[in-house]
Design a protein around this ligand. Structure first.
Ligand code: COA
Ligand code: AMP
Length: 632
């Protein structure tokens, strides 16, 4: 493979089968594939059909067999508990193979689903790998989601078992997970046979006899289970992500294409070699955690870092620098929000200078748009390349990046640089025509998508096609809008749907609206993402009450905020509600979300000619001014 971006890009674009067959040589296959790209059932494409492999074998066993047994595989650094542990590849193999044995003892076999609802502890990674080892399909649910969200995922994935912990720790707050899990199972129609519970000393949980099993006790008597070869096209995991409604989308990841893409990206995008330390400061509940805390660094024979803490407050804004220095991290991957939080507390980065960061070579940012100001601050303080890169749960790895392992381009703040080899990205107008450089449009990717991207949604081919493939035939709709400049640099400016990004966490305003609308006093509502200096975006709710309702505005706001917390979770950061008399609409009844958003953001906007009553905007302006927003 050439080490020049242009030739690598062209090879992947013009000869995808040769390109990806070559990349697949770095993966151990139990049975070779018959076809690199199977396009016999368009628009459903499959990679490496006929091939068999085991993802866990590629991430763990083969490194032990090839002499990396004593090398650090997983470093766990938890400022919230004061624990630091390192697991070598050999120790990782022991943990994972015995946990796979526990899963068998619980009746979990190939093709069964397992939900993992855990905090940032190494057992979360062991759980993912143990599922992969026996061919079970895991679905990790982020700990900050409420019981109802967990229940929705239980009913969709129908897991045989759920793996969880007694609690998570958010800075100094202990969050008991088990009551949330019990509540979710009580709400769900589907009932798992067993729950495997990791008891943590900060809060032990009551176990339900017959159903709940103690993690440590089960591990003591478990026999190690070997790797089961699975089809390259078999699902490795399902990861639910927010769409436009309250029903999340179950993004499916296959085994073969995923393993190939993970290995390729580690070397070509992040420039990480086996034995080097890579830290993705995210959470196993998000796609970043799946790809770059768990699978990619391990498949690559590198060392991964699990950090149970925050960028600030655990104990201070120097936490990231301490971890980088102490564990000789070569590359950090996090969301811009984390850097905004650090900068807010330590604007001169005084704490950074207390640490030796000589091993540190690059910072990658993703999960939300990276404002140029934050990027430039990070560049100035760290004096290493700061790379904004763009991707989604659906793709599983970067669509656009500055590929450090191929050829580093000059950084243009505000741009995640260029399309990664394998992705043919275009910006099109509403009719699907490519627009000129500098012009905004829908960002689409020409099919087929490269290996590792979603083959479909869990048991919902129809929604997969409707959500992503039907807007423009032959193209995948990313849901993002933006433009390309004359040098082919991409700029990702906003979503075209109801998805917002709060502190790098993807959430649906539609789902929040469903919660507000369910309140007995609410006649109508709208939730929109408005700018936030720390979290990028936060949700703002506008509600109209039913006639004759006598609840005070303060009580209604409080109840709605609590309802979103309980039904979606604290991670939604839903804290602002304005009660208004009416919502501004077009004459055809469409709520003018863009106009309200612009008013709240204090950005320029014109009053649309189609508005049914311009006076309403004045009232909205007054209502949001009370919350501290400009009146527009
Ligand atoms: N389990 C339970 N609760 C959780 C949780 C988890 N795993 N993660 C977050 N929460 C809760 C928090 O405790 C908080 O609750 P509160 O409203 O009671 O205070 C709420 O969800 C919002 O959390 P968060 O978004 O983390 O906000 P914060 O104010 O606590 O911290 C930052 C702000 C910027 C420090 C934090 O968002 C951060 O570190 N962001 C990095 C971004 C990131 O990792 N993104 C992942 C994609 S790459
Ligand atoms: P998620 O599926 O949670 O990873 O969120 C994906 C969405 O986050 C994308 O569709 C974008 O809207 C946004 N996003 C992720 N990375 C970037 C980035 N580097 N620049 C702009 N937006 C981003």
């Amino acid at each position: 493979m050439s080490n020049n971006y242009r030739t690598t890009f062209q090879q992947a674009a013009n000869h995808p089968t040769a390109f990806w067959a070559d990349a697949a040589q770095h993966i151990h296959w139990d049975k070779p594939w018959q076809q690199v790209l199977d396009d016999s059932n368009k628009p459903f494409y499959r990679w490496f059909t006929g091939g068999e492999l085991n993802t866990c074998y590629n991430a763990v066993d083969r490194h032990v067999e090839q002499g990396r047994g004593e090398q650090a595989a997983v470093i766990y650094d938890s400022p919230v508990t004061g624990v630091k542990t390192t697991y070598s590849y050999k120790q990782l193999l022991d943990q994972v193979s015995r946990l796979a044995g526990v899963l068998h003892d619980l009746g979990v076999f190939q093709g069964d689903r397992v939900i993992i609802y855990m905090p940032m502890v190494p057992e979360a990674i062991f759980a993912m790998l143990a599922c992969a080892r026996i061919g079970a399909i895991h679905s990790v649910v982020f700990g900050g989601f409420a019981a109802k969200e967990l229940a929705t995922r239980i009913d969709d994935a129908k897991p045989k078992a759920i793996l969880s912990a007694s609690c998570g720790i958010e800075v100094a707050k202990v969050i008991p997970y088990k009551p949330l899990l019990d509540q979710a199972i009580a709400i769900a129609t589907h009932q798992p046979r067993h729950c495997l519970i990791l008891q943590r000393p900060q809060a032990t949980a009551g176990l339900q006899p017959g159903r709940d099993v103690d993690w440590v006790t089960a591990m003591e008597s478990a026999m190690p289970s070997p790797c089961v070869p699975v089809a390259a096209t078999d699902p490795l995991y399902i990861l639910y992500t927010s769409g436009t409604t309250g029903q999340p989308k179950g993004v499916v990841r296959d085994n073969g294409g995923h393993a190939v893409a993970m290995q390729w990206s580690m070397q070509n995008i992040y420039d990480i070699k086996p034995g080097e330390v890579f830290w993705a400061a995210s959470d196993v509940g998000w796609v970043v955690g799946h790809s770059y805390i768990c699978y990619a660094p391990l498949i690559n024979g590198s060392t991964t870092l699990i950090y149970e803490g925050k960028p600030v407050g655990t104990p201070d804004a120097g936490a990231f620098w301490r971890v980088i220095a102490e564990h000789k991290v070569k590359t950090l991957f996090t969301a811009p929000t984390a850097f905004r939080a650090i900068r807010k507390e330590d604007p001169e980065a005084a704490l950074l200078h207390q640490h030796d960061l000589s091993h540190f070579k690059a910072l990658f940012l993703a999960g939300e748009r990276c404002d140029p100001d934050t990027l430039e601050w990070a560049q100035q303080q760290l004096q290493v390349p700061v790379i904004d890169h763009w991707w989604q749960t659906e793709t599983g790895w970067a669509i656009a990046a500055n590929c450090l392992g191929i050829e580093a381009f000059p950084v243009k703040p505000g741009s995640p640089t260029k399309a990664v080899p394998g992705y043919k990205v275009q910006v099109v107008d509403s009719k699907g025509q490519e627009v000129a450089a500098g012009e905004m449009g829908n960002i689409v990717i020409k099919l087929p998508l490269p290996p590792g991207t979603l083959p479909t949604l869990w048991q919902d081919d129809e929604r997969f096609v409707a959500s992503y493939l039907s807007a423009f035939e032959g193209y995948y709709l990313t849901g993002d809008a933006g433009y390309k400049d004359e040098d082919d640099y991409l700029y990702i400016m906003s979503r075209i749907d109801d998805v917002i990004n709060v502190a790098g966490h993807r959430l649906s305003t539609g789902a929040m609206e469903e919660v507000l609308a369910a309140h007995e006093a609410v006649a109508e509502c709208a939730v929109l993402g408005v700018n936030c200096a720390l979290k990028g975006e936060v949700p703002l709710g506008l509600v109209v009450t039913k006639d004759g309702t006598d609840i005070s505005q303060a009580d209604l706001s409080y109840e709605l905020i609590q309802a979103v917390r309980q039904k979606i979770g604290p991670v939604a950061a839903f804290k602002q509600v304005a009660v208004v008399k009416r919502l501004p609409k077009t004459r055809s009844g469409k709520i003018l979300r863009g106009t309200i958003r612009a008013m709240a953001n204090g950005t320029e906007h014109t009053i649309p000619a189609t508005i049914d009553d311009p006076e309403i905007l004045k009232e909205i302006g007054q209502a949001i001014a009370v919350l501290g927003y400009p009146q527009g």
